[in-house]
Design a protein around this ligand. Structure first.
Ligand SMILES: [Zn+2]
Length: 84
């Protein structure tokens, strides 16, 4: 059984596209829809969709970092020589 996260509209203004709760979401639903962890992994089909969306988001020529908005390009000041 998966524990449902606690809704908090002030922290998570965009609701989950699956359950409609204002909880932590990621853009790994169908067509990039925001889904919470239980909705994104609740069925084998949902988990396959989430894994495919994450894989596609991580694919690319440059290094990526995971953020609340999903994978993003790593800031260039962290990838160039001479950083401190
Ligand atoms: Zn949900």
């Amino acid at each position: 059984m998966t524990r449902q996260p606690r809704p908090d509209p002030t922290r998570w203004p965009s609701p989950c596209s699956g359950c409609g709760l204002h909880v932590e979401t990621r853009p790994y639903g169908v067509g990039g829809a925001l889904v919470c962890f239980p909705c994104g992994t609740g069925t084998p089909e949902a988990e396959a969709t989430a894994r495919a969306a994450l894989g596609a988001a991580l694919a690319g020529p440059g290094p990526r970092v995971l953020t609340d908005l999903g994978p993003q390009l790593m800031p260039s000041n962290l990838t160039k020589p001479g950083r401190n």
